[in-house]
Every structure is written in structure tokens, then in C-alpha cells.
Design a protein around this ligand. Sequence first.
Ligand SMILES: Cc1cc2nc3c(=O)[nH]c(=O)nc-3n(C[C@H](O)[C@H](O)[C@H](O)COP(=O)(O)O)c2cc1C
Length: 317
Amino acid sequence: MFHTVICDMLAIRYPVLQGAMQGGGGPELVAAVSAAGGLGVLPTFGGTEEKLREDIARVQHLTDKPFGVNITAMGKGFTDSRTDIIIETGVPVCTTGRADPGEFAVRRLKDAGVKVVSVIPTVDLARRMAGEGVDAVIASGTEAGGHVGTVATMPLVPMVVDAVDIPVLATGGIGDARGFLAAFALGAVGVQIGTRFMATTESDLNAWGVAQLLEMAETDTIVSKAMTGSTVRCIATPELAAYERALRNGAPEDELAALKKQVLQGRNVPDKEDRRQSAAGQIAGMIHDVRPVGELIEEMVTEAARLAAGLQEASER
Ligand SMILES: Cc1cc2nc3c(=O)[nH]c(=O)nc-3n(C[C@H](O)[C@H](O)[C@H](O)COP(=O)(O)O)c2cc1C
């Protein structure tokens, strides 16, 4: 019952995209999501061109199902090189995040037959991306992990649905069948999920990060510029809380720099046992187990169908 226009557009069974996740969504997770009938998406943010080529080859080795690559707007040089790789390697879908990657990049991807789906935090950016010719947009609420705007998923999705005439997906704060079903009530034709998919057997989030996700309450995230220079929702570690407090209190630059160093400590160590600070969304408060991602997707869709049938019955009573 959840076969929507986005399933046909992206050649996927379920309208479930896995949000690109730097530091949590490596090739194993991407391939597992795609193999389960959703669309896995590789990140490029922070990685080299060589690493992206390796990751794409790994996913192509693990599954013959479609998957995507994300471009996080980081300047023209970065966008051009990642666009080249996507086109050369035959990746069928590109999601864009953080900002507009530029009309030129969108046109190049589209001319090469790549579907382009843009994550947008405002109605204005949704309109702009639709004007540039993207195939669909993902309305991203401030509840989400990663780069965020200020508007919540609940008001944003229907406003974007009203503003553009291309398919709209919802992301930010979706973690189970209830959120999945709610997205359809708001007018979305599919969902994108990030944080919930980090607590899976296929995620490469470090062990410390996974333990955090299992313990976090819904209030344990902070939106901070400490990680990338723009607003990112992350785990509210004591180090990050201290940095934000000092920032609010007008602490001098050298003190802020020292505190920021502590926040980022060990961030780039490719060791599963390290304590890299991680982005995470408010839905972390709902995560209590680590499971195979295919199981989560199957359960979400099946349970949502059951919930929808229950709503139908209730409305007929
Ligand atoms: C650890 C982490 C890293 C992320 N990295 C990226 C990224 O590189 N590019 C991007 O467009 N979005 C990124 N995001 C956002 C996700 O793709 C997705 O839109 C978001 O997690 C959805 O909200 P949710 O966490 O509530 O499910 C990241 C999110 C997390 C949690």
C-alpha cells in the first residue's frame, strides 16, 4: 500500500531513503538499505574522491539494487568533482544537502540521467530547487540529525507540499511506523531516515556513539556550529554543552578554541572505539536496540499498514 510515485521514480520497493550520514552510513549500511527495498545513500562530506570511488565500488559489489550518493554543498570544486564521480560510476541517484549545489550541477546530473533529490529546510529553498529542475525534494525538519534549519517537520512538510509540484518526502524525527505513517498524512510520498539507521548492525558508527544513542533522551541533542561552522544537531556531550555555554557567556576566542578542540577530539580517527562527536536527531530518545536495518524497514512498513487499517476501521465506526 505504500508504493508511491517515488518508488517508480527511483526504482525502489519501499518509499524509504536512508539519509547520507558521514561517520555512520558507510557502504555496508547503504547496501543493506537498498537490498531491503529502500534507497541507501553514501555521504561525501569530509571524504576524499578516492574514498568515494572505493565506497561506490563496495556498494556495487554488495548489491545490484539502486543506491544514491549525497553531495553536501561545499563549493564548486567539491561539487564538480563529486558530480563527475557519480556520473562516471553510473550511480542512479544523487541527493543534495545543506544548500543549493548550483543549477549547473543539477543540470549536468540530470543530463546524465541521474535522478536528483534535494534535502531542503525551508519553503524558499524547495521552490528554488524545483525551479532548477530537481526530481523531488525532502523537507527536513529541525528535529533531524546533521545540518538543520529552524522549522519542525510537522509544519514544514505540508507547506512544502503546497509550494511545489514535484514529489515531497519527509525527514527529521522519523524512527518507526508511527512517524512513517504520519509523513503520508502530511502529504509526503516517502521518508528519509538517518539517526534510527545508525543503531543497526550494518552502521559504522563507533561503539561509543552507538552506546550514546541507546541511552539518550529526546532532550539530549544540541544544535551547534562547533562541528562544521554551520548549524548541526549533534549528541549533547558534556564537552559540547561546555562550548555552547562559553559561547553564550561571551568567552574569549582562545578559550572557545580550546573547548572546540575538546569537542572534536578524536573525530577523524577511523577506529570504532573512538569517541568521535556525532550528529544525531531528537528521535535518538526512541532508540533502544541495535538491529539489522532490513528488519527495521520491513517492520516499519508492515506495522504502518496495520496502523492505517486500524485508522480506517476507527473512522468507519
Ligand atoms: C551522523 C549523521 C551524519 C549526517 N551526515 C549528512 C551528510 O553528510 N549529508 C547530508 O545531506 N545529510 C547528513 N545527515 C542528515 C541525514 O542524511 C538525514 O537527513 C537526517 O539524519 C534525518 O533526520 P533523522 O536523523 O531525524 O532521521 C547526517 C545525519 C546524521 C545523524
